[in-house]
Design a binder for this molecule. Sequence first.
Ligand code: DGT
Ligand code: CA
Ligand code: CA
Ligand code: ZN
Length: 572
Amino acid sequence: MPTHNRDIAAKFDELADLLEIQGANVFRVRAYRNGARTLRDLPHSVVQLLRDGTDLTELPGIGADLAQKTREIVETGELSDLQEIVQDVPESLIDVMGIAGLGPKRVKTLYEALGVRDLAGLKKATESGEIQDLSGFGKKTEQNILEELATRGSGEKRFRRRDAEELAEPLIEMLRQIDGVDQAIIAGSYRRRKETVGDLDILLSCSDAGPVMDRFVAYDDVQRVLSHGQTRASVVLKGGLQVDLRAVARESYGAALHYFTGSQAHNIRVRQLGQQRGLKVNEYGVFEGETRVAGRREVEVFEAVGLPEIVPELREDRGEIEAAQTDKLPDLVTLDDICGNLHSHTDWSDGAGTLEEMAQAAKARGLSYLAITDHSKAVRVAGGLDADRLARQIDAIDDLNESLDGITLLKGIEVDILEDGTLDLPDAVLARLDLTVCSIHSRMNLSGDKQTTRVLKAMENPNFTILGHPTGRLLGERAGYQLDMEQVIAQASQGGHVLEINAQPARLDLDDTHAKMAREAGVKLSIATDAHAGTHLDLMRFGVDQARRGWVTADDVINTRDLQGLRKLLRG
Ligand code: DGT
Ligand code: CA
Ligand code: CA
Ligand code: ZN
């Protein structure tokens, strides 16, 4: 049974959650979380590494304890610490902690005082009015919980793009290897490179579909078979991701690819354009009367309705049809355009690598500059830097740059925006930096007015360069701060501030629509990996995908400039 890195990481995250509810030491909790992140982001399978005899403690953030526990999970499929702790703290409390506003401390109180063990219990306690009488809870909290429980009931589970990829890529490879298969493409939201996907829609063309369907439903990762026919099959993979596989005739493959790539809103527009020309557009082709006039290749569908090809990322009916008609489709940024990375952490705060290791990792990935932006002191659990340590780091980077070849470290900080809108470090030391990434990590639940005022005030600081992960959302975990992004974008446009597209798969923040709003207002963007280890520099492509969905061009992105060009922009 294959154990994915994601599954191993999930166990450590679960352990961290439960330890947190139990009230364990914050550093210990953080060690498990960091380890989980490292494993999740590894480019290689942990199972393979162990098979090759790799010493896991060489990985950033993995000490002897985590290495041993990782081995245990791979060998037994279980983690004994986890089995032990669930005797004390029910696993289902993790779901309760997923409710906005309910941190580990409150969850512990709910469990101990009211016996709340899961979401159903939480609902009962909230409805009976017991919660508002607990100390530290009030009527408002009770109201919030009820609202969130209500929206959850209806919400289907969506998968982060990277999690879906980990399941999808080996599957599509397996299908492509089967004799007689000539094309296999994952269509749907996956092909449009959405940040999350509901399910996978795979289209196949092959000489004999029956045996391919048989292989598909017998695949290792399949947990449940929903349907199994001669040309169609649906399964649920371990972890809950549904996959629909369809075999289509070669002469229809392009039309089917277009139809199942979607989005539905885009499809409707294309079909209407066809109707205006007396054509019928569907998943089998483009038809004039009974005659098929297009369908083998996808581009033929666009040509038939008088459009140039539109890349999947733009197919959301957000103006791409009009842009295509007037030859105004944007020339989207690509991974190749990226010259550097402007958000990274080292072992001076909560990163795993030294300054030198991060520099070499960036160089190995062909970058010409890397901004070091460790946390500032407000983020105590991350070992944030105070003014003295930052000053020392600035000197250390100056020294190191003397000896580095082919890569330049830029001096920066991820400085906290405090509740009153001031920055967490004095102006004098911030002024010595090449740039700042200014972020919110506390008081995320302020009212919309207060949160917006807080950010706008911070932007008035002359040392403010980039707004880091602007909304603070975590996909599938928590909504963003209440922040009036239109006002933030307007002020950024006036003041020449940069907004970040954080490339971490759980963040992808700004999202596509905000990125589009920003670029339309002339605001520049920084696509950055927020790397806490060298391997995280590889996450850049997720940020680029999100940017492309937001119509972003290379010119809109400051880290497409060479070092000289970037310095000029930063001075301006
Ligand atoms: P997802 O799976 O929720 O992340 O999003 P999609 O876009 O992959 O949606 P899905 O899986 O329901 O369907 C795949 C594509 O098939 C969708 O993007 C467009 C096309 N499609 C599905 N149902 C309809 C429909 O009723 N009308 C039209 N025009 N297209 C449809
Ligand atoms: Ca889908
Ligand atoms: Ca589907
Ligand atoms: Zn941050």
